[in-house]
Design a protein around this ligand. Structure first.
Ligand SMILES: Nc1ncnc2c1ncn2[C@@H]1O[C@H](COP(=O)(O)OP(=O)(O)OP(=O)(O)O)[C@@H](O)[C@H]1O
Ligand SMILES: [Mg+2]
Length: 297
């Protein structure tokens, strides 16, 4: 089982995240980034965090420790933002905590050298789990103590949003051409040789078994949470065994990435009123984005 802790204090919302995770202190003296069941992404994003994150960990990739956080919305009664309050008030009970990495920075190219085999392993995991949310625009990778850490695996396993179509997509290739590590010559074939035989039914049963039962309850088309677990195991085992069908081979060339970036920037600029055209973009990311394009060029 994942360790379970109790929230004592809600410190801050992380507004950079679409789901507005919160920084929370807990009774183990821990500080966690907590993803809430009441966020718009719903409990399935938390299911994916557990399955993808714990699978990644067992394959030797770095993922901050995960815990279940028992959350009483009363510990966040002081949070003034009413939209955030709505999320917190509908998240009583178990939520997902990811150990906060103090001083970690979001990954940008040039932050550290990335070995092609490590890039290949991460791309392989993302291709297996259909996670198209680790891109140059939103890397969902952090740099901590000069190493890469995987965060935000909640967008993976998209097949679980419509189980009736899951069988048809079991060997489906997902586009990886905007992957955050695509410019680092990811050694996907080597990663496949190493990882595909390790993603066994036994390993999958272990990680799927870590998902708390309430997050699997009442799934249409299934008569028990165990039946849902079995479906995750069967789907991912079949997909891992058929990796030749979905192994990504195409990554955007630096020129294509740069052209896409320029088109995007031009579209953003064109949509702005004249007075705003001088101001850096919403997150002050003009510099970060030009770092990307310079690096991949
Ligand atoms: N464990 C962690 N340690 C330190 N910082 C973190 C951690 N997890 C997340 N963050 C910071 O919070 C930001 C938002 O987190 P995350 O990407 O997990 O949220 P999200 O709501 O799923 O975001 P989105 O869907 O918009 O990508 C990250 O980009 C990162 O800067
Ligand atoms: Mg994110």
């Amino acid at each position: 089982m994942l360790d379970q802790v109790t929230a004592l204090r809600y410190l801050d919302p992380l507004r950079a995240g679409g789901s507005v995770p919160g920084v929370v202190e807990t009774d183990d003296l821990g500080t966690y980034v907590v993803k809430f069941t009441g966020a718009a992404q719903g409990a399935k994003a938390l299911v994916a965090e557990v399955i993808v994150g714990e699978l990644a960990r067992r394959l030797g990739l770095r993922v901050p420790p995960l815990v279940l956080v028992d959350f009483d919305p009363a510990v966040a009664a002081h949070e003034p933002d009413t939209e955030i309050q709505d999320i917190l008030r509908s998240s009583a009970g178990l939520n997902l905590g990811m150990d906060l990495l103090p001083g970690a920075r979001d990954f940008t190219p040039g932050a550290l050298p990335v070995d092609p085999l490590e890039a290949g392993r991460i791309v392989w995991l993302d291709a297996l789990t259909g996670n198209v949310d680790r891109t140059v625009h939103n890397p969902n990778l952090m740099v901590w103590h000069r190493r890469l850490w995987l965060i935000d695996n909640g967008a993976g396993l998209i097949f679980h949003h419509r189980w009736s179509g899951a069988a048809a997509s079991v060997l489906k290739p997902y586009p990886m051409n905007a992957h955050a590590l695509g410019a680092f010559r990811p050694a996907v074939a080597a990663a496949d040789e190493e990882f595909a035989p390790r993603v066994t039914e036994e390993l999958l049963r272990e990680v799927v078994g870590l998902v708390p039962e309430p997050w699997l309850a009442d799934e249409p088309g299934f008569d028990s949470p165990q039946a849902v677990r079995d479906a995750y195991v069967a789907h991912l085992a079949e997909r891992a065994a058929g990796s030749a069908a979905w192994l990504p081979t195409e990554f955007a060339s630096p020129e294509e990435l740069r052209a896409a970036e320029e088109r995007r920037a031009a579209a953003t600029m064109a949509a702005r009123p004249a007075w705003l055209k001088q101001v850096p973009n919403r997150h002050g990311l003009a510099q970060v984005e030009s770092d990307w394009t310079r690096h991949i060029g």
